[in-house]
Design a protein around this ligand. Structure first.
Ligand SMILES: NC(=O)c1ccc[n+]([C@@H]2O[C@H](COP(=O)([O-])OP(=O)(O)OC[C@H]3O[C@@H](n4cnc5c(N)ncnc54)[C@H](OP(=O)(O)O)[C@@H]3O)[C@@H](O)[C@H]2O)c1
Length: 372
């Protein structure tokens, strides 16, 4: 009998990791190992999954910032998924996973330091025949796939813009303190970069308004650089303008709390964990209670003028984070091996990926036409 894939999920009981675990547990060829610093929480989810999992689910208490603890946790792994707020340690985690003979994937922020640390592992990964897949999830993770899919629907694609909006009931969810710190990191690392007529430009005022439909309506969104967007002109050479844009949290958070957090971080950078907790507290006070997430691509090709709109949505933003990770993992496990360093958006085959999102409960709508 062939041994199952042993998939280690760091943050396996977190908001993203627990949903990935629930979706992967039922696969007959997968054994899960749930990792986090709270063994009791890992054990509780492992026990809950025991009824549906094809193989016993293991629980490991480990702080993956420590190399020795990583070595123990990754022993025997064939894939390590970092669904943990460990962006600063992504390079070290991937290196330990490669040393254990495993592929790796992360759902962390798309930040230059992480991407450089992972890119440095490319020769080692290729020599070992292993994949390092980064920027997994919803955003990052899906916008680049939507543009690649649009390019197959509209040959000669010249313009592609993807907007994202979500609403989380912050009061209903529990977050690791490390995740709260990462929320404010996101504010400091945000780069408003878009490609405009063939030139990369950085302007926070290059906003776009998207009509996201029923749940979210019309929202003005600001540009936010993701690696998968920077990669697109090489993959779709006809593209002249492309960007990813994100909607805000509402006026109190966008115009008062976020600027205050940025000032606090500038004056007292060592207080990042406290600023993170304050930001999460503010989100719990001043954001609406609704729960939904949506991405919308609006793309066009020249003469004759044609356009495509793709909308991807789910009532649970964390399901819309976990489902793309699972769809990508399935292509990694079931498809031909392609060693190297990839973003999720460049690794997956777009049509198959979108079909799988749909079969896992994501609403995917595609409309192709000759006018806006
Ligand atoms: N790409 C996307 O669309 C997307 C969407 C949402 C979130 N994310 C990213 O995904 C990551 C997880 O976010 P989340 O919202 O799911 O966070 P979360 O619910 O707070 O879960 C984070 C998990 O990581 C674990 N963890 C943190 N530090 C650890 C360490 N040093 N060693 C072992 N485990 C550790 C936490 O457990 P303990 O604290 O108990 O150790 C917890 O289980 C973050 O980087 C976030 O930015 C990406």
């Amino acid at each position: 009998m062939v041994a199952p894939h042993r998939i280690v999920i760091i943050g396996g009981y977190g908001n993203t990791g627990s949903r990935v675990a629930r979706l992967l547990a039922a696969r007959a060829d997968v054994q899960l190992v749930l990792v986090g610093r709270h063994l009791d929480r890992a054990r509780a989810l492992a026990a809950e999954l025991a009824g549906t999992a094809a193989h016993p689910v293991l629980a490991v208490g480990a702080d993956v910032r420590d190399e020795g603890q990583r070595r123990t946790a990754f022993d025997g792994a064939t894939l390590v998924i970092a669904a943990s707020s460990t962006t600063d340690h992504a390079g070290a985690i991937a290196r330990s996973a490669l040393a254990a003979g495993a592929d790796t994937m992360d759902t962390n922020l798309s930040v230059p330091a992480k991407l450089a640390a992972l890119q440095a592992l490319a020769p080692e990964g290729e020599r070992a025949g292993r994949c390092v897949i980064t920027d997994g999830g919803f955003h990052p993770g899906v916008p680049g796939v939507l543009v690649r899919h649009a390019a197959t629907l509209l040959p000669g694609l010249t313009d592609a813009h993807v907007g994202g909006a979500f609403s989380i009931d912050w009061r209903a969810l529990r977050f690791s303190d490390a995740t709260a710190s990462e929320f404010v990191d996101e504010l400091t690392t945000m780069d408003p970069e878009t490609l405009v007529d063939g030139d990369w430009q950085h302007s926070i005022s290059a906003t776009r308004t998207f009509d996201f439909g029923d749940a979210a309506g019309n929202r003005r969104c600001v540009p936010w650089a993701l690696q998968e967007i920077r990669d697109l002109p090489a993959l779709v050479p006809t593209l002249r303008s492309v960007g990813f844009y994100i909607a805000g949290f509402g006026p109190v958070i966008d115009y008062l709390v976020m600027p205050a957090c940025l000032v606090a971080l500038r004056i007292l950078p060592s207080q990042r964990p406290r600023v993170g907790k304050a930001f999460l507290w503010a989100l719990r006070q001043w954001t609406p209670r609704g729960s939904w997430a949506v991405l919308q691509l609006e793309a066009a090709a020249g003469t004759p003028y044609r356009q495509v709109v793709i909308r991807v949505s789910h009532p649970d933003p964390y399901a819309l984070t976990a489902i793309p990770v699972v769809a990508c993992v399935e292509q990694l496990l079931d498809g031909p091996r392609r060693p190297g360093v990839w973003t999720q958006a460049s690794f997956v085959e777009p049509a198959l990926f979108l079909r799988r999102l749909e079969s896992l409960g994501v609403d995917v709508r595609v409309s192709v036409g000759t006018a806006w």
